[in-house]
Design a protein around this ligand. Structure first.
Ligand SMILES: Cc1cc2nc3c(=O)[nH]c(=O)nc-3n(C[C@H](O)[C@H](O)[C@H](O)COP(=O)(O)O)c2cc1C
Length: 418
């Protein structure tokens, strides 16, 4: 009934183009959650800036017959060295959003990570994908609830568990809070400030009217759904409104790792939200197979170390300590060139968060596929231009591929989009 912006998506040449289409398609009250940087957006912007400031040194007169992008991480083969990072509430961008993302990831031969705070049943997400499925775990609802989720994930065929450790409380996402999202989704017939909430809803009309496609799809898909992958002992899902307080009362500590590992069993256990080598080694000591260096896409601590800097500092230390961890990162990756830069530090793969959200919000399956395609094409082109044929060569040449820039300041860098 409502047309997808097919031509605009096909014409998108960068993931920033897709992000701009997403902002046209999705009303600000819903889109702001995905922009969602903490505090002054300093961490979010530095994540992106850190990649833009890297310079690379190509080797000339090299033409490889075929570029090979496959990698192996957490014991699993991926056709491309990037995977989808867990992003909550994807279903507010597109009907069955998490399943659409997992389907596309499978089509590109790679893994999808489903967020605990998702609104699509994990069984549907698993069914949709022909690739590896990983479940990200928060301990919302407590130990028994988490164990129920872990069992469900094992039964549904998820092959890695990603435990996020950087959410002791939710970050201060000021722009999102100013939009009063809870007032927008709560009923005006009960609770305090009924009139204020009714007025708030009416005031949203101007952003909804030009976005009737989103509105129609959203309500046809069930509107604001509960978090169906977090269920209580009666099988009831956690309501959307419970999220903030649930996160704060269920922060992960190191003492949780042993029982999580035992409940999950022999498959890979990954710790996400690691900011330094010391925490990575601690995770390894407690039985983790791998880590994802991440500052949660700049959504948690304002002024955290940019993700790429975490990697640059931590990887040599892990190497020196003889660590056997498989390492990945996320945060600020916007292109295939960024993927390559991440791999040059010895990472096996990198995660994409907002790039995937931007594609999904721009146009469901088509937009998400275009996002993957743009990153993959840019990776292959960058490998050809650098003179490297496969991921091992990127690992082997490592720091020889990068050079310190002589250009001071940031005036030469592109505008920040997302
Ligand atoms: C809207 C949004 C929701 C997110 N939800 C989760 C989540 O539920 N669990 C989690 O571990 N990380 C979550 N993250 C963090 C991502 O997994 C990832 O660390 C981050 O998006 C990477 O940065 P990027 O967006 O610059 O790629 C979320 C990120 C975004 C943008």
């Amino acid at each position: 009934m409502f047309r997808i912006r097919e031509n605009e998506i096909a014409d998108a040449l960068t993931t920033a183009d897709l992000w701009q289409i997403m902002l046209k398609e999705v009303p600000p009250i819903a889109a702001e959650y995905f922009i969602g940087g903490a505090g002054s957006l300093n961490t979010l912007k530095s994540n992106v800036l850190a990649f833009q400031q890297v310079t690379l040194a190509p080797s000339g007169a090299i033409k490889h017959k075929k570029i090979e992008t496959k990698t192996k991480i957490f014991g699993q083969e991926l056709s491309v060295p990037f995977f989808t990072a867990p992003v909550g509430s994807l279903r507010t961008l597109w009907p069955m959003g998490d399943a659409v993302v997992s389907q596309v990831a499978g089509e590109f031969g790679t893994a999808t990570t489903l967020s605990t705070l998702s609104m699509t049943p994990m069984e549907k997400v698993a069914e949709a994908s022909s690739g590896p499925k990983w479940l990200q775990l928060y301990l919302c609802g407590g130990v028994e609830t988490a164990k129920r989720g872990i069992k469900r994930a094992k039964d549904a065929g998820f092959s890695a568990l990603v435990l996020t450790i950087d959410t002791a409380v939710s970050g201060d996402r000021i722009a999102h809070a100013r939009m009063k999202p809870m007032d927008a989704v709560s009923s005006i017939f009960s609770g305090p400030r009924k009139i204020a909430r009714a007025i708030h809803k009416v005031k949203l009309a101007p952003q909804m009217i030009p976005r009737t496609g989103w509105l129609w799809r959203h309500f046809n898909d069930g509107g604001m759904l509960p978090f169906v992958n977090v269920t209580n002992e009666r099988g009831e899902p956690m309501p959307y409104a419970g999220i903030g307080e649930q996160l704060a009362s269920s922060a992960v500590t190191w003492s949780d790792l042993p029982w999580v590992k035992e409940a999950w069993g022999d498959q890979p256990l990954i710790v996400k939200g690691v900011h330094c080598a010391e925490d990575a080694l601690k995770a390894e000591e407690l039985g983790a197979t791998g880590v994802i260096f991440s500052n949660h896409g700049g959504r948690q601590l304002g002024q955290a170390i940019p993700s790429l800097q975490i990697v640059a500092e931590a990887m040599p230390k892990l190497h020196a300590a003889g660590s056997k961890l498989d390492c990945a990162m996320d945060g600020g990756v916007r292109s295939g060139l960024d993927v390559l830069v991440g791999l040059s530090y010895g990472l096996k793969a990198v995660g994409l968060g907002r790039v995937v959200a931007g594609g999904l919000g721009a146009g469901g399956h088509m937009g998400t596929s275009r996002a993957f395609e743009l990153v993959k094409e840019d990776l292959i082109r960058s490998m050809e231009l650098l003179g490297v044929q496969n991921i091992s060569q990127i690992h082997n040449q490592g720091e020889k591929l990068r050079r310190e820039s002589m250009v001071l300041g940031t005036a030469h860098l592109p505008e920040f989009y997302f």
